[in-house]
Unconditional design. Structure first.
Length: 150
């Protein structure tokens, strides 16, 4: 299997982000962390991932500052994985992926999980990109502007 090429030095923020979270296991671990999963065994049970693969992904996410370890909340000798501030910054990424999946990957009426507002119990609204003045933006309303740091 070819070795993965690092995109860390790329001039594109999307490429750099994918270098950190671009494989499905990492995103699913992050999703589970938002859902309250904290311990190695809980991640393994939830995902059905091999122990070695999970250990590698958790170590990578910890080294990159997405997760950190903390003493177990129940006072046992275990360590738990918790999202850092950088990790919490991925919430909208996970929601955007969820909403895209809901819109394009399910048949009408097919059972699926839903993201709901904890205060009202109602589904959250679709994410929208907005201009600084509040105007809704689509992909054709934006462009990438590259900067030169020389």
């Amino acid at each position: 299997m070819p070795k993965r090429v690092s995109l860390w030095d790329a001039g594109c923020p999307v490429a750099r982000a994918l270098d950190v979270i671009g494989d499905w296991w990492s995103l699913l671990i992050i999703r589970d962390a938002f859902d309250g999963v904290r311990r190695f065994s809980e991640f393994q049970n939830s995902l059905g991932i091999a122990k070695g693969m999970l250990a590698t992904r958790l170590r990578d996410l910890t080294e990159r500052g997405i997760l950190e370890t903390a003493p177990a909340s129940d006072g046992t000798a275990y360590r738990e994985y918790v999202l850092t501030e950088k990790g919490h910054g991925l919430f909208l990424v996970i929601v955007a992926l969820r909403q895209w999946g809901e819109d394009y990957l399910y048949r009408p009426g097919e059972a699926r999980s839903s993201l709901v507002d904890t205060e009202t119990g109602t589904p959250v609204a679709q994410l929208e990109l907005r201009a600084e003045n509040g105007r809704a933006l689509g992909w054709s309303d934006t462009r990438v502007q590259k900067t030169d740091n020389n």
